[in-house]
Design a protein. Structure first.
Length: 710
């Protein structure tokens, strides 16, 4: 119950919602299933909120277990007091628990422990009061380990230093001071090599810890990891020492002053700096992972170009360009290699033109998908020229991110799909299919390789993988899957299914032909009742015997649909009448939850709907844009390729994407770019700055005044 209260307060939801989610999860229900089919129980919490509840409960359980362990260990030592127990129970972070446990923790032998073992503790306590002649008293504490007065005094100071360093309230004060008032600085290391000057702005950098944006934290980490930057804190050491001197009334007490200096400089400040770095990294990492997840979600939701025959064009120079044609269903038709760019000879380039035209005409190619990697710009110019010279008015091209295509083409999945194709030609197939159905193709690739993140190699691989898997699972289930055409890769992301069940569905499909109903899924080997319950609503059967099998209506609600039809005296041919029903009134009559009924009616009104159809489709082109064609203030249309903390990269048809800085996203202040722009979105931009030498373009989404255009 205590967890329920804390989670509810933190996430601003009710305790009942928290309990419901955790109960449903304990029963084996998946996040997508709970979000879609248990809205009346959860108060319509979405996937992100549900996952947050589950994650918070996991963290709180881990914290509670650690508290229990620490309390048991301190009790064993006979040192647990009511005040200490209360402090440990009140701690809200693992780091706070560890700080409170620190004085009682079994330690390696330190200078302080060695001095204690030699009997110098009493001498250290005399130093605190400083009311006796310490030099004279030290003579009484000499031993084999501490044979001189100076060594005995230093041993006693070491004891005091460790006691000061282990005091949780003092550590917390220093932690707070560093967070609020210290600065993070970086300088270029003398031996560093930064050829492209990627970290130039950090060669002499300083910013308050409290104001450091997440992307700078990650940039500093990377520069430090590469051995280019030296990163450190600048603290107000004088202020910190004054606080400790006042706290221990140490003025005029050289022994306490020495202990304080040693404790702060060697122990407390470095330890608190590590905690601050850790917290900054954790926050920056969470932000980067969230941004990557948001970008991936939007990329997976890019509208598919249905019904087009597509030619995938994987650019290259010396080894040629790999072409692959797929029909409107994604079925592979043909593949070849052409040499349309230098160093190929003029005759070979001319022959490549003829080969491309022949393929376009033979297969009635509607769309050419050109990968955006090496030789992309030259390949685009070649394709545009072919379209223009041969008056192929019905053929368009689009630039496609080929991130991850090489990963896919060398994977086991690709080898199983195209055992007779070379790796390069498989890549061309993947590029083509990304236009037809981005979601179905991209789920075959590890999300980290898709290339829509920021500093993805600088964050926890495990956390990133978990988050991206969650994003993929969420999108796949929100969109739904055609059970008769989906690949094992796509099916494996459906709620309740795994790799084995996905393979079993495909094997059953291959052996028995296309499924005619959702109920037929129960015949798939090892697909039990629970898996069917979780997956059925997300698996669609477009040509099924029951039209409900091609909707988001779950089989558990089919009887409710029948009652709706009977009550309203309609059938599937008169579904338009559902638009005017009173949801609340009908829900009461049917004894069905209003949220569930609302979803049922929406699904009935749009059977087979694809929510991606409401998102922007790719920008289609027939002619090439060159940086020489640009001018300041020019208005262009482009597709957002990536969104990062400091802005967004937009494809306007050049080799490199243009940058819209966060300050140019809107006339209004923008704190988070994801609030105003998304990957895959088609946006209107204006050229703000052109750097022809570096091939860099700065764009703005704020329309310039007429006087600013040239």
């Amino acid at each position: 119950m205590e967890n329920y209260t804390k989670i509810a307060e933190k996430l601003n939801i009710s305790q009942k919602q928290v309990k419901t989610i955790l109960d449903l999860t304990a029963e084996g229900n998946t996040v997508p299933f709970i979000a879609r089919y248990r809205k009346d129980m959860t108060g319509s919490l979405d996937e992100v909120q549900i996952k947050a509840i589950i994650d918070e409960n996991g963290l709180m359980t881990k914290l509670a277990d650690r508290k229990k362990s620490v309390l048991a260990k301190i009790t064993e030592l006979g040192k647990l007091t009511d005040a200490l127990e209360a402090s440990i129970q009140a701690a809200e972070k693992l780091s706070e628990v560890e700080d409170l446990y620190l004085p009682y923790k079994e330690k390696r032998r330190t200078k302080g422990t060695i001095a204690r073992e030699a009997g110098l503790f009493d001498l250290s306590q005399m130093m605190v009061k400083n009311q006796v002649d310490i030099q004279a008293e030290a003579l009484k504490f000499l031993s084999e380990s501490f044979p001189t007065v100076d060594k005995a005094i230093q041993g006693a100071i070491d004891i005091l230093s460790e006691m000061i360093a282990e005091a949780a309230p003092l550590r917390n004060w220093v932690l707070s001071e560093i967070k609020r008032n210290s600065t993070m600085t970086s300088t270029l290391k003398k031996t560093a090599v930064d050829e492209k000057q990627i970290f130039k702005i950090y060669y002499e950098f300083s910013e308050k810890v409290s104001e450091l944006p997440n992307y700078r934290v990650l940039a500093l980490n990377r520069g430090e990891k590469l051995g280019i930057l030296a990163v450190k804190f600048e603290n107000d050491d004088e202020k910190i020492n004054r606080f400790f001197e006042s706290r221990f009334s140490a003025q005029g007490n050289p022994y306490m002053m020495a202990a304080i200096k040693d404790a702060t400089k060697k122990k407390i400040i470095p330890a608190m700096e590590r905690i601050v770095r850790s917290e900054l990294n954790e926050k920056a990492e969470a932000s980067a992972i969230e941004a990557f997840g948001q970008n991936l979600k939007n990329l997976l939701l890019v509208a598919p170009l249905k019904g087009y025959t597509v030619l995938g064009f994987d650019p290259g120079f010396k080894n040629g360009c790999k072409l692959a044609v797929v029909d409107a269903t994604g079925k592979f038709l043909d593949a070849t290699v052409i040499y349309p760019t230098k160093p190929a000879s003029a005759s070979r380039i001319e022959a490549s033109k003829k080969e491309l035209v022949a393929l376009i005409k033979k297969y009635h190619v509607d769309m050419i998908a050109i990968g955006n990697g090496t030789a992309s710009r030259e390949s685009e110019a070649f394709v545009a020229e072919v379209i223009k010279e041969n008056k192929l008015d019905k053929t368009f091209y689009v630039i496609v991110s080929e991130a991850g295509a090489s990963v896919y083409s060398a994977s086991e999945i690709a080898r199983e799909e195209f055992p007779d194709l070379s790796i390069e030609k498989r890549s061309a197939v993947s590029i083509a299919r990304r236009i037809q159905d981005p979601l179905a193709e991209l789920v075959k690739i590890e999300p980290q390789a898709i290339g829509v993140g920021q500093y993805q190699h600088d964050v926890s691989e495990k956390k990133l993988e978990e988050n991206l898997d969650f994003v993929v699972e969420t999108v796949v289930n929100q969109v739904g899957v055609n059970v008769n055409t989906a690949s094992p890769s796509l099916l494996s992301h459906v709620a309740g299914l795994n790799g084995t069940l996905a393979q079993n569905i495909v094997a059953y499909r291959d052996e028995n032909g296309a499924l005619k109903s959702r109920a037929q899924l129960k015949k798939v080997p090892r697909l039990g009742e629970k898996a069917f319950e979780q997956a059925a609503g997300f698996l669609h059967v477009p040509e099924g015997e029951n039209f409900l099998d091609n909707t988001g209506v779950h089989p558990e609600s089919y009887s409710a649909v029948k009652r709706i039809f009977d009550l309203l005296q309609i059938d599937e041919g008169k579904l338009e009448q559902l638009k005017s029903v009173d949801i609340k009134e009908l829900a009461t009559k049917l004894e069905v939850g209003p949220e569930s009924l609302k979803d049922i009616i929406e699904d009935l009104l749009k059977p087979g709907r694809d929510l991606r159809d409401s998102f922007d489709a790719p920008v289609l082109r027939q002619d090439v844009l060159d940086i020489k064609d640009l001018f300041i203030g020019q208005k262009l249309e482009g597709a957002v390729r990536n969104v990062v903390d400091f802005g967004a990269f937009v494809d306007i048809g050049l080799h490199d994407d243009g940058l819209v800085h966060i300050s140019d996203l809107s006339k209004n202040f923008v704190k988070n770019p994801h609030e105003v722009i998304a990957v895959g979105q088609i946006v209107t931009v204006w050229v703000k700055l052109i750097d022809k030498e570096r091939g860099k373009i700065n764009l703005t989404m704020i329309e310039p005044r007429s006087s600013e255009r040239k």
